[in-house]
Design a protein around this ligand. Sequence first.
Ligand code: ADP
Length: 451
Amino acid sequence: MMLGSEEWCSLPDLRIPAIKMRIDSGAKTSAIHALNIEEFRKGNERWVKYDIFPIQDNRYVRVTCESKVTSEREIKSSMGFSERRYVIQTVINVGGESWEIELSLANRDSMGFRMLLGREAMINRIIIDPAKRECQFNVSQNQLNKLYKNKQIKSGNLNIGLLASNPDLYSNQRIIQAAEERGHSISFLNITNCYMKLDSEKPEVHYRGGDVLDDFDAVIPRIRPNVTFYGCALIRQFDSVNVYSLNSASAISKSRDKLFSTQLFSKHGINIPITGFANSPIDTNDLIKMVNGAPLIIKLLESTQGKGVVLAETNKAAESVINAFKSLHTNILVQEFIKEAGGKDIRCFVIDGKVIASIQRSAQPGEFRSNIHQGGTASIVKITAEERKLAIKAAKILKLDVAGVDIIRSNKGPLLLEVNSSPGLEGIEKATGKDIASLMIQVIEKKLRKQ
Ligand code: ADP
């Protein structure tokens, strides 16, 4: 059989339907990259249990194998080091031909390829055509995904921390469930129970009781507005010890500052309702004029779930509400009222630059706020290409990996209302039936795979 320098094979005894190997007559023994090798006995026989990660650059597809040990050998690697390795026997299948080969279990990843076919395994069977680099027997990415579909789901091995405040919330429960379903281990970390050691050489994050949190691969921040400051400091600390956060501290702080994020949006040409911002009690009338007069919306800068959003129907009412807020020294935003939206807005759930689900939220009769917490109801909606573009752009401007982008439909086209960095999962998962928590976990897998 004529082979190129890289080929696909299958190892039916080990239940490995496809693995790419390097054909290397320079090496005597064939080898496969195996991890977690453990020896055990079956009667008088020596056996080993080990994990194979058959796809290059991918630690999420794992096949656990058991084989009888045929020998243990001192093997010299290409780097010149020699090490003791277990050797097993198994059937290889290349392009329809099968034969038995010996494979050493190499517990290191430096081979580049997950498998190496040495000259012992080729004798009398294979002629290498060194000019042919491409495989004779190709396996497409699509086929690979199908072949390893079941292995993928149960094979995560990340250690994830959920940085939040209430483990009983629907969103937090779902995130924990999705991470576990994908085979990861996930711990709930109460933000206010974490503390930090600032040290230029060895920064640390500790948890109530004294444990050092030093073995996390990633954290998922679900930070309540009232702990934004501390939560973001914590994410930065995790970042300093190379723990990836699904939404960075700077992206979260930007999204939490409604004024700053609104300024960023208008700077980048995103359409928003006409908005004024003020702090001092003078010029209330001009502020009202600026947004084309009543009816208008007044928002507390720290508002969430629609709690600090007021509709003033007349100029007089607007004036008194604005002055009342100002006398409390709160920062407020004054905004034109988009009447034609009819108490509806659109929530687009953006993950890693894609809108993966969208719903329309409709206010209760007599109410203009469509927040679910204000009695609003959610239903599936088909968004326009323009709305999709707007949602993706808004998340990108703030550099959020996960974002809930709220859009309101006006006579002038879609307008951006706000961007939420810890969007709730309940309304949108229930309305669309999509497993959004799992998609969030998959982004972590993807980001870490690239590192
Ligand atoms: P919060 O952050 O408290 O949810 P929002 O700015 O999202 O505040 O406003 C809450 C709700 O009020 C929105 O979901 C929307 O239904 C309604 N709303 C907000 N701004 C306007 C506006 N300018 N015109 C019409 N309705 C609005």
